[in-house]
Design a protein around this ligand. Structure first.
Ligand code: BG6
Length: 487
């Protein structure tokens, strides 16, 4: 993709974890690929932890290089990437310091992108300071999650930012929307006539969406302990995946058509009655355990975490969608840290045949299923029954696989790279609109409130397992189980 859209990319939080692990590596990959970033495009890092440009470049060399491509760094490309970087050390809490920022970027060409890779408490002060020096014109603003802590605080941020930037200038990032397989889900559903007639209550028995991590809270104990899995993963990533799985076909792929359809799903989520939370929601917290042979500590002993913390590191939910397509079909969502495996996948369980002329084995589990593996090893796998070779009619579960890395050997793009290019090129489809975000907060809020008020702690689970037993019990009540429990 050749581009001539020039840009000035201003990175607030330039020495933060996200800049180091994701944003700068993604910009480097786009730079190295050639033709994706205009030659005149500049990156202006804003940070307090470096004194001047030389100091910042040294930090980038020391900290960012190791997060760039597993295949090693092309030194020529790296040097020309560093040449794009400018640096400014300003105090983000002082509006007058933004005059200096304006001086640095005034003469630079193209659209201005302000990426706020900072804590949400700085979003509004930064936007106001930008406006006070006239930098909100010809600009796009990127807001990282978490955007707020609940509906009220997220509305407060959106209201304040909305006074300075129009909705078309605001890019709320949810990096799951930038993942290649999530894009592929749209291609699978809306590019093939094969699946669409089956993608509904008449043929689908249940759907599971799992985002499981082996990692714990790492160095983010402080942040995470005030956040928890419901805010960190469910309100955004899981509900976004759910809305893509369940949405109606949009009339085009333009940004508002897709986002309108996702919004309809979010608004159709069956509200959770606080009295039912015990039946439809499970929260857990990891204790010590063993993952891939290594002993790992309990959540409550992680740095930054309160020893008596009741923050959840695991959530499982049963969700229903109140519309004609999905009425009565349970969607089971699950996410957790320190689980047995790192995997993100969507499992569509189709109904069994209504009558088996082929004997009881035709009703066995493990067939009539589509598994969309988002990570690792992106694959779409369709499970069917086939006759086992030999005498008699014995059936076995087999699968048809589409393994993307075998089919498309090149051109895979990391989520952040795709999303940053979309911001620079003004494509909003993969960013969360304010009304979607509000609908998601509104839906999770009864659970947040109930858990906050509850005196019952989260259910413990040993690290390296699949979470508390109550998560499996919730599915058992619906006559089903999580995918790994069948294998
Ligand atoms: C982030 C969460 O949004 O997503 C993290 O804040 C989580 O807690 C991460 O680890 C997972 O993303 P990925 O792309 O590694 O699955």
């Amino acid at each position: 993709m050749q581009t001539d859209s020039s840009f000035t990319f201003v990175l607030f939080g330039g020495t933060g974890d996200l800049s180091m692990r994701k944003i700068l590596p993604a910009l480097f990959e786009a730079h190295r690929a050639g033709g994706m970033l205009a030659d005149s495009g500049k990156i202006v890092a804003v940070a307090r932890h470096a004194s001047d440009r030389a100091d910042y470049i040294q930090w980038v060399n020391e900290h960012v290089k190791s997060h760039v491509s597993k295949n090693g760094v092309d030194e020529t490309a790296w040097a020309s990437f560093l040449a794009r970087i400018e640096f400014i050390n300003i105090d983000l809490s002082k509006a007058e310091d933004f005059v200096q920022l304006r001086e640095v970027i005034e003469g630079l060409p193209g659209i201005r992108v302000f990426y706020l890779a900072t804590g949400p408490s700085l979003f509004v002060p930064i936007c106001r300071a930008l406006a006070s020096v006239g930098l909100n014109e010809n600009a796009r603003i990127v807001l990282e999650k978490p955007l707020g802590y609940d509906l009220k605080s997220s509305n407060a941020i959106n209201d304040a930012v909305g006074e300075i930037f129009t909705e078309e200038q605001i890019y709320r990032i949810d990096h799951y929307l930038g993942k290649e397989p999530v894009q592929n889900l749209l291609a699978l559903r809306f590019g093939n006539a094969l699946f669409e007639p089956l993608w509904r209550r008449e043929w689908v028995e249940s759907i599971q969406i799992t985002i499981a991590e082996e990692l714990g809270v790492e160095a983010r104990g402080d942040f995470y302990d005030n956040t928890g899995a419901l805010r960190d993963m469910v309100q955004n990533h899981l509900l976004q995946l759910l809305s893509i799985v369940a949405m109606e076909p949009p009339h085009s792929m333009d940004s508002d058509s897709v986002r309108d359809e996702k919004l309809r799903v979010l608004r159709a989520l069956k509200p959770i009655d606080p009295r039912d939370i015990g039946k439809v929601a499970v929260r857990g917290q990891y204790h010590s355990g063993v993952i891939r042979g290594n002993a790992v500590p309990a959540y409550a002993t992680e740095p930054g975490v309160k020893p008596d913390s009741s923050t959840e590191t695991f959530v499982a939910l049963k969700v229903e969608i109140e519309n004609w397509r999905w009425a009565g079909v349970p969607f089971f969502l699950r996410t957790g840290k320190r689980l047995a495996d790192r995997v993100a996948e969507i499992v569509v369980n189709f109904r069994a045949v209504p009558h088996s002329a082929l004997g009881a084995s035709a009703l066995r589990a493990g067939a009539n299923r589509l598994v969309i593996r988002l990570q690792p090893n992106e694959t779409i796998r369709l499970y069917c029954l086939a006759k086992q070779p030999g005498e008699g009619m014995n059936l076995a579960s087999v699968h048809l696989d589409l393994a993307f890395d075998q089919f498309f050997r090149e051109g895979q793009m990391e989520a952040y790279q795709r999303l940053l290019l979309d911001v620079i090129n003004g494509r909003l489809a993969l960013f969360v609109r304010r009304d979607e975000q509000e609908a998601a907060w509104r839906w999770v809020e009864p659970i947040l409130n109930e858990w906050k008020a509850s005196i019952k702690p989260p259910k413990p689970y040993a690290s390296g397992t699949w979470g508390p037993a109550a998560s499996s019990a919730m599915l058992a009540q619906h006559g089903t189980c999580w995918l790994e429990e069948e294998n």
